[in-house]
Design a protein around this ligand. Structure first.
Ligand code: TK8
Length: 338
């Protein structure tokens, strides 16, 4: 019967789990403390996924690994944390690809505008050969790239005027991530782009040091930007990933069993985070519509923005090498065909 089958299944799973945990304790796993820093609030998709990672690491190591997480850039902004990882003063973090370019300029490739149709398409490129080769390239710089999470499609907020056309961007003081590509992209579109760490952004918006910023809906909600921003324009100009990093000096101390635990937990957190991110995007947009004036961009204006973006993409070809760009475009093409 169905019931009998279910109980046999339960016993089988139970036995497997028991064997699993016996062998886990027989593994070469030591007590470790992992300091994990991130930029958003605890109550954000980033915070929730760090929590998932923490629980998985705890479970897989039979409680031997303790992850201590620090939200809100408490351990420093992204660039500071990256350097702490390289120096071995901090074990783990989650960073935007954008601020990683000081360590490996190739990472600018992920933030090229208007590349991806949706998250699942980006997943294929990020989790495929191309994305893995990019992560592998980080190790020689002192950090190990474990997995990509979704930051998501970026949209524009500001307090000056609704941005419906590219002309509306004129002289809007816009905070951008610390990455020349963004600076050029928005200057090209007529704005006055100002690079700044995320940790300084809320205050800058509140005091009017900048008029606007661009981030996914979920971040506009979880970082409460709607309290200091009036207009939201659905530009969806860039799909931006996050990267989970671990300090190379720390990584080198780990046994293979310990590395496996971290890798497994990283993958589980990635799956949970992407699911959460995609569900949250819709919920956040609905929420923001009750707090802000939200507008979309007409296809004609979108085309103008894409023309500006093209100039920036061509400039990046010189910066990153046509070879790398061609590999990237080929990987996207393959993802689209699947
Ligand atoms: C959070 C950042 C943020 C990013 C930015 O630490 O800086 O605007 O989009 O999500 O990684």
């Amino acid at each position: 019967s169905k019931k009998a089958f279910k109980s046999i299944l339960a016993i089988t799973i139970g036995t497997t789990l028991t064997i699993g945990s016996i062998s886990a304790s027989a593994q070469d796993v030591n007590s470790r403390i992992i300091r994990f820093g991130y930029g958003l609030n605890q109550d954000s998709k980033q915070g929730r996924a760090v929590q998932t990672f923490t629980e998985e690491v705890n479970r897989l190591s039979d409680g031997k690994f303790k992850v201590k997480s620090f939200a809100n850039a408490l351990l420093g902004n992204e660039i500071q944390m990256q350097n702490a990882l390289i120096g071995g003063a901090q074990e783990m973090m989650i960073t935007s690809t954008s601020s990683l370019i000081g360590i490996d300029k190739k990472f600018a490739i992920w933030d090229l505008p208007f590349m991806f149709k949706d998250g699942p398409e980006a997943d294929k490129v990020l989790d495929g050969k191309f994305g893995q080769a990019m992560l592998d390239g980080l190790e020689k710089h002192g950090v190990v790239g474990l997995v990509y999470w979704e930051n998501g499609f970026r949209d524009l907020t500001n307090s000056k005027r609704p941005i419906k056309t590219m002309d509306d961007l004129n002289s809007v003081k816009l905070r951008v991530m610390q990455n020349p590509m963004y600076l050029e992209l928005f200057n090209q579109m007529g704005a006055n782009a100002i690079p700044m760490a995320f940790s300084e952004l809320f205050t800058a918006l509140e005091t009017g040091a900048v008029d606007g910023q661009e981030n996914p809906y979920s971040t506009i909600q979880s970082s409460k930007f709607y309290e200091v921003q009036k207009y939201l324009s659905q530009t969806h100009h860039v799909y931006s990933p996050w990267v989970m990093l671990i300090s190379k000096p720390f990584w080198d101390k780990l046994s293979n069993d310990e590395k496996t635990i971290i890798k497994k937990a990283a993958v589980i957190s990635r799956e949970a985070e992407r699911k959460d991110s995609r569900e949250q995007a819709e919920k956040s947009l609905a929420f923001l519509k009750t707090k802000m004036e939200v507008n979309s961009i007409t296809p004609e204006e979108m085309d103008k923005m894409k023309a500006s973006a093209k100039i920036v993409i061509d400039a990046q070809a010189k910066e990153l090498g046509q070879d790398l760009l061609d590999q990237f475009f080929a990987a996207i093409k393959e993802a689209k065909s699947k």
